[in-house]
Write a protein that binds this ligand. Structure first.
Ligand SMILES: Cc1cc2nc3c(=O)[nH]c(=O)nc-3n(C[C@H](O)[C@H](O)[C@H](O)COP(=O)(O)OP(=O)(O)OC[C@H]3O[C@@H](n4cnc5c(N)ncnc54)[C@H](O)[C@@H]3O)c2cc1C
Length: 398
């Protein structure tokens, strides 16, 4: 292991892999440290991603695509289903990935571009000199070491700590941390071409439950509920177990995971002197869907680009690196996160009766587009009163 690089990346998930690949392709010496012994495991994800979004970063490959999805269904508390099929939804419906292989492929591409990859190596503290981050202290297979770098890109995921250690505000309010549980279930009767989203306060309070197929009789069956709705006897796993017992009584859970998804606004600042924060660590998850793979790849790649430019210019100050923060906030991703945050806050106020009324009002519509804005636009058309309730969103839904 070398002890000095141009760019040190913390975390070998999608954000870290794209950051490392981009910085290495620009000619920098790059190192990724990953605390786990293997890239890609355990998988803490339902693995769904839009096709067009994915293609912006990597050519789809059957080796890491578990299912090609033709339709999506949103199921209201009373059972009303809003269906979006491929013909109407275009290419937006998506794939269910196999992230064990997908994450490895992304990191392999970073390695092929020249990045060093060191697993079983945990960053334990930033190296700070004159107020600027100059690298990280690590424990590599239990052995302490210092790795110095011009820029550290921290992509350490939901449970990220590095940015906080470096002095950034990374707090997530409890009500904005989704508590998730998921089984990979096999031997179950599902529509293998459809992703299903179940809504309702008795099914998934302030969240949703998903069934994402991974083959003919296998699916990720999971749930996210807000932290404030999670209590003894009504944890995410309790809701999930009740759903599974009712809907898949003979299914077998061959893998169980738990995890958190931040559905707050992104960090107020994702940059420090010598430091960039990307992916879940920057809290750039979609506040409605909880999807973060695409946003992680976007911010990772952008962080790699901005770090490379600043290193070339010989200025890695916070001021110079701020181009990263400014660009992602002004991007389509930044605007969608801001809009969906407001929509999510509104949806949290709805009881099951209102959810049913809204779902019934648009259940028979042929959607020409599968997106949150298309759904909201139709909801407003059918329920003009909503416009007042969603006043704050008027401009962003245009
Ligand atoms: C239950 C669940 C379901 C989800 N479903 C979906 C979905 O269907 N679609 C979607 O788009 N998103 C989904 N997400 C979100 C998605 O998984 C994340 O947004 C995505 O993985 C973020 O990528 P990342 O690279 O930022 O972080 P991660 O993928 O979490 O990678 C961070 C990496 O950093 C490593 N690390 C952490 N700390 C250190 C340290 N100190 N030193 C070294 N390494 C460290 C971790 O081990 C990890 O490998 C889901 C999340 C959960 C929990």
């Amino acid at each position: 292991m070398k002890n000095k690089y141009d760019v040190l990346v913390i975390g070998g998930g999608p954000a870290g892999a794209l950051a490392a690949k981009t910085a290495a392709q620009a000619g920098n010496s790059v190192c990724i440290v990953e605390k786990r012994p293997a890239i890609g495991t355990p998988v803490r994800c339902a693995e769904g991603i839009g096709k067009e979004l994915l293609k912006e970063y990597i050519r789809p490959d059957p080796r890491w695509i578990s299912a090609d999805i033709e339709s999506a269904r949103i199921i209201a508390p009373n059972g009303t289903a809003i269906s979006l099929d491929q013909a109407r939804a275009g290419n937006e419906v998506g794939y269910v990935l196999d992230r064990k292989i997908f994450d490895r492929e992304l990191v392999w591409q970073a390695a092929e571009a020249g990045a060093d990859v060191i697993v079983k190596t945990r960053a334990t503290a930033p190296i700070i000199e004159n107020g600027a981050v100059r690298g990280a202290k690590v424990l590599s297979a239990g052995v302490p070491a210092d790795i110095r770098a011009e820029v550290v890109i921290t992509a350490d995921g939901t449970e990220a700590q590095f940015a906080r250690w470096a002095g950034l505000d990374t707090t997530v309010p409890l009500r904005e941390m989704m508590s998730c549980a998921q089984y990979v279930m096999t031997d179950i009767d599902i529509n293998a071409g459809s992703t299903d989203f179940y809504l309702g306060n008795s099914i998934a309070p302030e969240g949703y439950l998903w069934v994402f197929p991974k083959g003919d009789r296998t699916a990720n069956v999971g749930i996210g509920i807000t932290g404030r709705k999670s209590h003894d006897g009504s944890r995410a796993k309790d809701y999930l177990d009740r759903f599974v017992a009712k809907n898949f009584p003979n299914g077998k859970a061959i893998e169980a995971i738990a995890g958190g998804v931040p559905v707050c606004r992104p960090l107020p600042c994702t940059v420090g002197d010598g430091l960039l924060v990307a992916g879940d660590a920057a809290r750039v998850v979609d506040p409605i869907t909880g999807g973060g793979i695409g946003n992680a790849m976007y911010t990772g790649r952008l962080a790699g680009e901005v770090a490379s430019k600043c290193i070339e210019a010989g200025n890695c100050s916070k001021e110079a690196l701020m181009a990263y923060d400014t660009e992602w906030r002004a991007s389509r991703m930044g605007m969608i996160i801001e809009r969906n945050y407001k929509v999510k806050e509104y949806f949290l106020t709805l009881d099951d009766k209102k959810l049913n009324t809204l779902a019934d009002s648009i259940a028979s519509i042929s959607f020409s587009e599968f997106s949150v804005s298309a759904l909201i636009r139709e909801l407003i058309k059918r329920n003009p009163k909503l416009l007042f309730e969603l006043k704050a969103l008027k401009d962003t839904l245009a």
